[in-house]
Design a protein around this ligand. Structure first.
Ligand code: UDP
Length: 382
């Protein structure tokens, strides 16, 4: 019999399953609703051998040495610095917006003047969230802030979230600051690298252990029942006394008792193009043109020599539980209050642990989820 049941085989579920199997040498059942492991990090090779991130681009980056070291047990790495361009007024400029972007978009004299003014205020290399830059009083910096806000952030955010930047949590737009300098890299983390053979291989190596039993194509509701009154979880009709680690949507776990939490979803359109390359870098953002937010070209992420290339367009939309995959929790004040109720309910279950983007309703990056899962294992499972 199992001591542990894990719902979901994304990073949260897979890391904890691997730790239980290897460190504790205990048996664990992993239940996965989809026909594959890895959650939204799942990738595969198409017939040309191009690695495709099925659920959109995943670029690993972290400052947590422990996370990088841990993942290194399951993969070799290829150094990769993610670069993004944004299509603005017919030109492609580096994002995060920086001095190079200014040089492309503004006349030389203006660009120089703005850079000098910025350097009087901020140290070289500083990262300034757009909503902070918008508070500048100096008229030139105000011009710059308004320009960047209008051309880079406003319409992209409306497409992505259905709201304006100032209507959503300020942390969200702060993920992509304005950079005081000429570093074109999207991330500034200490460790930036991609798994040599893609992400799915990492999950396969984590989960292939005699202590781990994996059930694909299985919705937790088919085999588990949550007794909201008695605060118990039943597995195949019997009360389950071991620990349940749930990494799915917290509102679904509790049968939407306090209502549905809002999520944003995506329609993803994959296209095969009959030429060697489609665009200059892995990701090009389209804040103001078209209905999609960005185009990813996978050959830049996992280089391979082929005559064809594959691109992915992302069309954001509200999440519909009947049809869609929840990609992003959308947390405004009201959503946070609903989440707090679910969280409080979860705490009243003795052996239930919630981990991950959906279960904790947080905009976690991959490294955040892995760090959190390792901590949860040490603190609540080990
Ligand atoms: N953002 C924007 N314009 C851009 C890039 C990002 O307005 O060109 C904002 C937008 O609100 C987005 C957020 O910054 O949702 C975070 O962007 P990130 O690239 O981190 O999003 P993810 O890759 O997680 O979808």
């Amino acid at each position: 019999m199992f001591n542990y049941i894990i719902v979901g085989s994304g990073f949260a579920g897979s890391v904890i399953a691997e730790r239980i199997a290897n460190v504790l040498n205990k048996k664990v059942l992993v239940i996965e609703k989809r026909s594959h492991i890895g959650g939204n990090c799942y990738d595969y090779r198409n017939k040309d051998g191009i690695i495709i991130h099925k659920y959109g681009p995943h670029l690993f980056h972290t400052n947590y040495k422990e996370v990088f070291d841990y993942l290194s047990n399951f993969t070799d790495w290829r150094i990769y610095y993610h670069k993004v361009l944004a299509f603005i007024d017919g030109k492609k400029v580096p994002i995060p917006f920086n001095f190079n972007s200014m040089d492309i978009l503004f006349p030389e004299i203006l660009s120089k003047k703005l850079q000098e003014k910025l350097l009087k205020k901020y140290p070289y290399g500083a990262k300034v969230p757009i909503l902070k830059l918008k508070k500048e009083n100096d008229k030139d910096l105000k011009f710059l802030a308004d320009f960047v806000y209008e051309k880079i952030f406003k319409n992209y955010t409306i497409k992505q979230w259905g709201k304006r930047p100032e209507e959503i949590d300020s942390e969200v737009t702060a993920r992509v600051p304005v950079c005081i300098g000429r570093d074109d890299r999207y991330f500034d983390d200490k460790y930036q690298a991609l798994p040599e053979e893609g992400y799915t291989k990492i999950f396969e190596r984590m989960l292939s252990h005699p202590n781990i039993k994996l059930m694909l194509n299985t919705d937790f509701k088919e085999i588990m029942k949550v007794d909201l009154k008695g605060k118990k979880i039943y597995f195949l009709g019997q009360e389950f006394k071991g620990k349940v680690i749930f990494t799915g949507m917290i509102d679904e776990l509790f049968a939407y008792k306090f209502g549905m939490l809002p999520y944003r979803s995506l329609d993803l359109h994959l296209e095969v193009i009959e030429k060697e390359y489609f665009q200059e870098v892995a990701v090009v953002n389209y804040p103001n043109d078209y209905d999609f937010t960005r185009i990813t070209e996978f050959k830049h992420i996992h280089p391979i020599k082929t005559n064809r290339t594959v691109i992915l367009k992302e069309y954001p939309k509200d999440y519909d539980p009947e049809r869609d995959i929840p990609y992003y929790p959308f947390f405004d004040k009201a959503a946070r209050e609903v989440y707090a109720k679910y969280q409080e309910l979860a705490e009243r279950f003795d052996h239930l642990i919630l981990v991950g983007r959906l279960a904790e309703y947080r905009y976690y990056d991959m490294d955040d989820v892995i760090k959190r899962s390792l901590e949860v294992f040490e603190e609540r499972i080990r």
